[in-house]
Ligand binder design. Structure first.
Ligand SMILES: C[S@@+](CC[C@H](N)C(=O)[O-])C[C@H]1O[C@@H](n2cnc3c(N)ncnc32)[C@H](O)[C@@H]1O
Length: 246
């Protein structure tokens, strides 16, 4: 299973994910009666947006973090009759019945190393003609933050291998997708300096580094990374995908 998240702190942060979610929802054509998979749904912010667009439809909300899903259940209390909440690893055969009419995902795929397995697992649950509309970190994402991390840690390897356009097109085609559109979009996010930026780094970007550290080392590490950046900016580059299940 993927790592656990601090879901309460996550939801309290000023997340650029809000804008990414709105942008990705706007790219997904829906009639209103579909069954849509929210892949890596986290605390359910966009699951809620999907429910608003699906008055006669349903959402399958899949995530690998129990705490994120608990927070989703709290957020969507009263609307859970139209949500199937599934705790699962997106690179494994997905444990729900039947097929979906579309797959939606925001800020999740870069946490997954094996995109070939991810696309195969999604394709296996999509009806022919179903749309995949997603975004995540792409090639070049948070290069400055990663350089600061490498500097602090003395050349530690990157935590992520952010996918590029060509690799992604090839993997999608191999998994059975057509009408593939893939684009990289630079999208830096600026934060308040100090506490707010450090909380964002600790909860969202550096969480996987911190998991492997002793408690006492965590705060100094986050402060050291923030201190090496010229500005309180996460230099995001988003990988946007639209494709159709053949
Ligand atoms: C940055 S959060 C994004 C959550 C939500 N989509 C949003 O935009 O706020 C990334 C999410 O992907 C989930 N995730 C990462 N790897 C996963 C995997 N292999 N299987 C299922 N979920 C995964 C994490 O648990 C986390 O909830």
């Amino acid at each position: 299973m993927p790592r656990e998240w601090d879901a309460k702190t996550y939801d309290a942060l000023p997340l650029p994910h809000l804008g990414w979610g709105r942008r990705t929802l706007a790219r997904l054509p829906l009639k209103g009666d579909e069954r849509v998979l929210d892949a890596g749904c986290g605390t359910g912010r966009d699951t809620e947006g999907l429910l608003d667009l699906l008055p006669d439809g349903r959402v399958v909300a899949v995530d690998g973090s129990v705490r994120m899903l608990d927070q989703l259940r709290e957020r969507l209390a009263g609307r859970l009759d139209r949500v199937e909440v599934v705790h699962a690893d997106l690179t494994e055969p997905l444990p729900f019945e039947g097929e979906v009419d579309a797959v939606f995902s925001v800020a999740a795929f870069h946490w997954i190393e094996d995109h070939a397995a991810l696309f195969r697992a999604l394709a296996a649950r999509m009806r022919p003609g179903a749309r995949l509309v997603t975004e995540c970190g792409g090639r070049g994402n948070i290069a400055a933050v990663n350089a600061a991390v490498a500097d602090v840690r003395g050349g530690a390897p990157d935590m992520w291998d952010f996918a590029g356009e060509e690799d992604t097109r090839r993997r999608l085609a191999a998994a059975g997708f057509t009408d593939v559109e893939v684009a990289l979009r630079p999208d830096p996010a600026r934060f308040e300096p100090g506490e707010q930026f450090e909380a964002y780094l600790a909860t969202v970007i550096l969480g996987a580094h911190l998991d492997a550290m002793a408690d006492a080392d965590r705060e100094p590490f986050v402060k050291a990374v923030a201190g090496r950046l010229a500005e309180p900016v996460a230099d995001y580059v988003r990988l946007e995908i639209s494709a159709t299940r053949a």
